[in-house]
Design a protein. Structure first.
Length: 368
C-alpha cells in the first residue's frame, strides 16, 4: 500500500511538472499579449502562426486528463460509492466553471475544462465495466477518435455564432474532450517505467507528423484547433511527459520548480490575472510597450508567479476554498435575508387576503 502511494505521488509529480510548464508558457504568452503594442505572434513565431504559449493549451488539457485518472482511481481504491464520487467531481468542476465565468464571461479555458472533464467523469463512472483498466484501454481510443472526428466535422460546418464559439473557435469542445481523454488513456500506463521511452518516441513521431512539409495544406495555427496543431500539441506534451519521467531530470531544480508551479496551477492562473492584468486594464496600460519592454515584462511576470508558487509551497488555501467562502457569504448575506423577506411578505399577503375574503376568521381568532 505504501509503495502504491509513493508510486502515485511520483506520477502526480510528473504530471504537475507538465502542467507547471503549461502554466508558465500561458503566463508568458499573456504578458506579451497584454502589453505589446503589436501582434505577439510576430515576436516569437513557431512554425507559422503559433507562439510557444499556444502549445500550452493542449499541454494543459492533456495534464488535466492525466490528473483526473489518478484522482478517480484514488476514489475507487477507497471504495467510495460511485454516486458520491460523481457528486464530488460535479461539485468541484462546478466551482471550476464558476471561477472561469468570474474571469471571463465568454467561453474560456476554465469553462471548457470544467465541461469536458465533467462529461468524461459522468461517462466513465456511469459505466461500471469501465472501472477496469483493461476495459478503459479498449474503450478510450474509440472515444478519442469519435471526439476528434466530431471536432473536424464541426470545423467544416457553417455554425451559428454560439455553436461556432463552443465547437469550432479558440476552445473547441470536442477537441478539448479528445485531449482530456488522451491524457486519461495515457495515465493508465504511467505505472510502468518502461513506457518512458515509448512516450518519448510517440511524442517525437506525432510532432514530426505535424510539421512534415507538404503533408498539410495550411500553416500551423491555433485558431479552431486544426489537426496539425492538435498533433503537434499532443506530441510535444507526450514527449515532455516522457522526459519528466527520467530520474536524472527529476533531480534538477528546474523540474522541482515546474512541479511546484503545477501543483498550485489554478491559484497561479487566477493570481496572475488579478494581480497584473486587472491593474493594467484599469489604468489603461495595455498594448503600450515596445517589443523589448514587452518581453521584459513577460519574463518578470513569469518570475513573479514562480516566486508566488514557492512562497505558497506550504499553504493549504486554494481557490476552491475562496469559492466556498464566496458561496457562504452569498448564502448568509443575500440568500437567507431574501428567503426570510419572501416568507414574511408571503405571510403578510396571506393574512391580508384571508381577512378580506373570510372576515369571520379574524373575529374567531380574536375570540380564541
Amino acid at each position: 500500500m505504501a509503495a502504491e502511494k509513493t508510486n502515485c505521488n511520483s506520477r502526480q509529480g510528473e504530471i504537475d511538472a507538465l502542467r507547471g510548464l503549461a502554466v508558465l508558457l500561458m503566463v508568458f504568452s499573456h504578458g506579451l499579449r497584454w502589453v505589446y503594442i503589436g501582434n505577439p505572434a510576430t515576436l516569437l513565431p513557431l512554425g507559422g502562426l503559433l507562439t510557444p504559449g499556444d502549445l500550452a493549451t493542449p499541454m494543459f488539457y492533456l495534464a488535466a486528463g492525466l490528473s483526473l485518472y489518478l484522482s478517480m482511481q484514488g476514489g475507487l481504491r477507497k471504495n467510495l460509492d460511485l454516486l458520491l464520487l460523481r457528486q464530488r467531481f460535479t461539485a468541484r468542476l462546478g466551482k471550476l466553471f464558476f471561477i472561469g465565468v468570474c474571469m471571463s464571461l465568454v467561453w474560456g479555458v476554465l469553462q471548457a475544462q470544467a465541461v469536458t472533464l465533467l462529461i468524461l467523469v459522468w461517462l466513465l463512472l456511469s459505466l461500471p465495466p469501465l472501472q477496469s483498466r483493461r476495459a478503459l484501454r479498449l474503450f478510450l481510443p474509440g472515444l478519442i477518435v469519435l471526439a476528434l472526428g466530431l471536432h473536424l466535422l464541426c470545423r467544416e460546418l457553417c455554425l451559428p455564432l454560439f455553436w461556432h464559439r463552443l465547437l469550432a473557435d479558440q476552445f473547441p469542445l470536442f477537441a478539448i474532450f479528445a485531449l482530456n481523454a488522451t491524457g486519461f488513456y495515457l495515465a493508465t500506463y504511467l505505472r510502468h517505467r518502461h513506457t518512458t521511452f515509448i512516450f518519448t518516441a510517440i511524442g517525437i513521431f506525432l510532432g514530426l507528423t505535424a510539421v512534415l512539409p507538404g503533408l498539410w495544406q495550411t500553416a500551423l495555427q491555433r485558431q479552431g484547433a486544426p489537426l496539425p496543431f492538435l498533433l503537434l500539441g499532443t506530441g510535444s506534451s507526450i514527449f515532455l511527459l516522457g522526459i519528466f519521467r527520467l530520474s536524472p531530470v527529476q533531480k534538477t531544480k528546474i523540474f522541482r520548480c515546474l512541479q511546484q508551479v503545477g501543483s498550485d496551477a489554478l491559484f497561479i492562473f487566477v493570481f496572475h490575472y488579478a494581480a497584473f492584468f486587472l491593474p493594467l486594464y484599469l489604468l489603461g496600460f495595455t498594448g503600450k510597450l515596445s517589443a523589448a519592454a514587452a518581453l521584459a515584462f513577460a519574463l518578470m511576470l513569469s518570475a513573479a508567479v514562480i516566486l508566488t508558487a514557492w512562497w505558497r509551497r506550504h499553504s493549504t488555501f486554494t481557490i476552491y476554498d475562496l469559492v466556498d467562502l464566496i458561496f457562504l457569504a452569498l448564502q448568509t448575506e443575500l440568500l437567507q435575508p431574501l428567503v426570510r423577506g419572501a416568507a414574511g411578505c408571503g405571510a403578510y399577503l396571506f393574512s391580508a387576503l384571508t381577512s378580506r375574503t373570510y372576515p369571520g376568521i379574524t373575529g374567531l381568532r380574536r375570540q380564541l
